[in-house]
Ligand binder design. Structure first.
Ligand code: NAP
Length: 492
């Protein structure tokens, strides 16, 4: 069994308490690794190291921007070198299929470091056209020590999404990955070390949300907290961050509508609906968990969707033929089954799936069959709450305005999609949907170039893109009076 150490002040160290927790394979419950169980003492050490690196070295100086860019580029390159190794760690730890981790997640992590490497030298303020004899300009400056907390469902991506922009902007960082999937962050820490990131610039502290995350969110030496996780915990993090009025970014849950009109390209839309809900076993914040179908295509669409869903191969995440792995934990599996049971008991029509698979080879894993329900209306619990599993609710609509009303009828506002050949309708919908992301004739496309983040109770602030650098910087205004005239005053 592998034994990990956390990464503080450029060194791999045990937790102060010497305690560990275990990482478990969701496919067979095998214990894979021991990870340090940190506490507030470790957080304090990490924050102190990050503070020293920010204040006592020239890391944050603009003259270091090219160095920061080079380091970020080297991290991206090293991740690419180790794609096979990192993808395997990730699949074992999280139950994500190797096709996802190797072809998507690890590549995107490398892309993210490379994208922010390109931006590291481009951060600037602006000259303001004040109507006065003056030069007024802004400086865009780093914040200091940033804290970040990740969810378990895209572990290596969150390591990249949180560290790359923070470093590009000249901050230092303490990152806490989710306990359930901490291994890839600690593997990436080895790359940070290998490329020569100055000590204290990034610190990875592992442990529980309460023991580590909460302490980080409350810490008075931390200037910003970037959180990815549930809306419920997001509220707690925000309260903790209020203690010193930290800048906060909250990337929270979703219940995203995927809307298909009669004139859509049916084959593509069916493929995207499957990807939207079953990618990572539905354990995606942006999962298209509400499928809205216009009445003219409803029957045909559902028939194709169900037929293709029945062919999805559940299996060992390390098997290249598997298309869906297990849920992250037994508890998660149980919660999803409770939602399914609620649907069955409350008159929702089950179209496929709806239980634990019968295949004895899967009995040790936390599997759930890909499940589709017909929903008579959007008020149902399964259409309102985030299930975070492979459970799709299909709703029928007649008109564009009805589709819009259903789409926006949720406390969340993370993602959405519109399928139509009518460009005017696509753009009308894109303007009126209350969500941070609208895809037109697409689902699930995320790129470092484009901002990711929600509306409403899906949170605020952005990960990715140049907009996310606004989250990791603050603006200073410098007004230089050039006038030779007498100072204008109300006082004699
Ligand atoms: P979670 O239970 O909210 O946990 C997220 C992180 O917060 C974990 O690292 C957790 O630590 C930590 N945490 C727990 N309690 C805390 C506290 N009191 N103070 C500070 N940190 C605390 O979410 P999850 O189950 O990992 O992830 C699933 C949720 O994340 C879903 O709702 C999903 O939609 C959302 N999500 C959102 C996005 C997005 O970009 N909008 C992306 C992915 C996931 P431990 O678990 O280690 O104890």
């Amino acid at each position: 069994m592998q034994e990990y150490q956390q990464y503080i002040n450029g060194e791999f160290v045990d937790s102060v308490s010497g305690e560990f927790f275990e990482s478990q394979n969701p496919f067979n419950q095998e214990v894979l690794a021991k990870i340090p169980a940190s506490t507030s003492e470790d957080v304090n050490l990490a924050v102190a190291a990050a503070k020293e690196a920010f204040e006592e070295t020239d890391w944050s100086d603009v003259r270091q921007s090219q160095t920061r860019a080079q380091l970020l580029r080297s991290i991206g390159a090293q991740i690419r070198e180790k794609i096979d190794e990192l993808a395997e760690v990730e699949s074992l730890d999280s139950g994500k299929t190797i096709t996802e981790t190797q072809l998507v997640d690890v590549h995107y992590a490398a892309d993210t470091f490379e994208y922010f490497a390109d931006l590291a030298t481009q951060i600037s303020g602006e000259v303001l056209p004040v109507p006065a004899e003056a030069l007024d300009f802004t400086l865009r400056e780093p914040l200091g020590v940033c804290g970040a907390i990740g969810a378990w469902n895209f572990p290596i991506l969150f390591t990249a999404w949180k560290t790359a922009p923070a470093l590009a902007a000249g901050n230092t960082l303490v990152y806490k990955p989710a306990q359930l999937t901490s291994r890839s962050a600690l593997e990436v820490a080895k790359i940070f070390d290998q490329v020569g990131l100055p000590k204290g610039v990034v610190n990875i502290v592992t442990g529980s949300g309460r023991g580590v995350g909460q302490v980080l969110a409350e810490h008075h030496q931390v200037a910003k907290i970037s959180f990815t996780g549930s809306t419920e915990v997001g509220r707690t993090v925000l309260k903790a961050a209020a203690s010193n009025l930290k800048k906060s970014t909250l990337e929270l849950g979703g219940k995203s509508p995927n809307i298909v009109f009669n004139d859509a390209d049916l084959d593509r839309a069916v493929s995207a609906a499957l990807t939207g809900i079953f990618f990572n076993g539905g354990q995606c914040c942006i999962a298209g968990s509400r499928l809205l179908l216009q009445e003219g295509i409803y029957d045909k669409f559902v028939e194709q969707l169900v037929e293709r869903t029945k062919k999805i191969k559940l299996g060992d995440p390390l098997d290249w033929d598997s298309r869906m792995g297990p849920m992250i934990t037994r508890k998660q599996q149980q919660q999803i089954l409770e939602y399914i049971e609620w649907g069955k008991q409350n008159g929702m029509k089950l179209l496929t799936g709806g239980s634990i698979p019968k295949n004895p080879e899967l009995s040790q894993g936390n599997f759930i069959e890909p499940t589709i329900f017909e929903a008579s209306n959007n008020d149902l619990k399964l259409c309102q709450e985030e299930i975070f599993g492979p459970v799709l609710s299909v709703l029928k609509f007649k008109t564009e305005s009805e589709a819009l009303q259903i789409a926006n009828d949720t406390p969340f506002g993370l993602a959405s999609a519109v399928w139509t050949q009518d460009i005017k309708r696509a753009l009308r919908m894109a303007k009126k949907i209350k969500a941070g992301q609208v895809w037109v004739n697409q689902y699930l496309m995320i790129s470092p170039f484009a901002p990711h983040g929600g509306y409403k109770q899906s949170g605020y602030g952005k990960d990715l893109s140049r907009h996310c650098l606004e989250e990791y910087t603050q603006i200073k205004n410098v007004y230089v009076d050039l006038s030779e005239e007498e100072f204008l005053t109300l006082y004699e």
